[in-house]
Design a protein around this ligand. Sequence first.
Ligand SMILES: Nc1ncnc2c1ncn2[C@@H]1O[C@H](COP(=O)(O)OP(=O)(O)OP(=O)(O)O)[C@@H](O)[C@H]1O
Ligand SMILES: [Mg+2]
Length: 259
Amino acid sequence: MHSVVISLLNHKGGTAKTSSTVNIGAALAREGKTVLLVDLDVQANLTHWLCGDLSEGSLSIAEAVLDKSVKLGSVIRDTPTKNLFVAPAGETMVDLELKLHSAYGREFLLKRALSQVLSKFDYILLDNPPSIGLTTVNALVASDYFLVPVSAEYLPLIGVKKLLGTIEQIKPLNEKLRNLGYLLTMVDRREGIGGDVEKILRDTFKDEVLQTVVRINTKIKALPQQRKTVFDIEGSSGKSFADFENIKNELVKRVTDGA
Ligand SMILES: Nc1ncnc2c1ncn2[C@@H]1O[C@H](COP(=O)(O)OP(=O)(O)OP(=O)(O)O)[C@@H](O)[C@H]1O
Ligand SMILES: [Mg+2]
């Protein structure tokens, strides 16, 4: 086994990066894949969602990245979902970006940490902060693919093009990095939210935009406090269940076809 590593990123805040990471991860885990979610955000939303509050002094991804003596395996936690694991962000996450700047081999430290577990997971999903800094550069250097969640509530194109420019600059550090696609989130067709954005996105990026979109579902907002995924609260006829199952299928196909 050799993990497929995927970065979910968009430097814009609130585009559903974290909820996509959790629910795509859960969809993969449900079909028996072993999945590691890595929380790279100071906000630690993903960690709180799936692990609750970490006890003081707990080791987290920051230590595994910065301190060679801390093995990544020792910071990984299980979650209420079988086959789904988390490398959590802790209170030391605020130091990571700063300390990376003066670290030797600073763009490659997450890649080095992940290399310890590539034989243990089918998929590793990296949940990125809403900013581009050395942490995100580390994520892109360590990834096979990036996936860009785009919120239908905002006209996103200028931001997305800027993001692509930044990713281009990172390419020399990771030649194999590929675009897995754009995922349109928070779509509300009934209210007409997202129609224009969807059209512009599909006109611009064509087949790179996933066919499936994530529809608005207020139930998603309540999931973190319940430590649940959409698969725990909906049956197969639920809309978010269907959305994430279909998104997972599209992503697996793209990876298998060598997108
Ligand atoms: N399909 C959806 N329907 C309704 N609300 C949603 C949906 N997806 C995400 N949300 C809500 O939108 C907010 C932002 O989502 P999320 O935290 O996943 O975005 P993010 O891109 O990770 O944000 P940040 O940039 O702050 O890390 C959250 O309150 C989340 O519950
Ligand atoms: Mg987030």
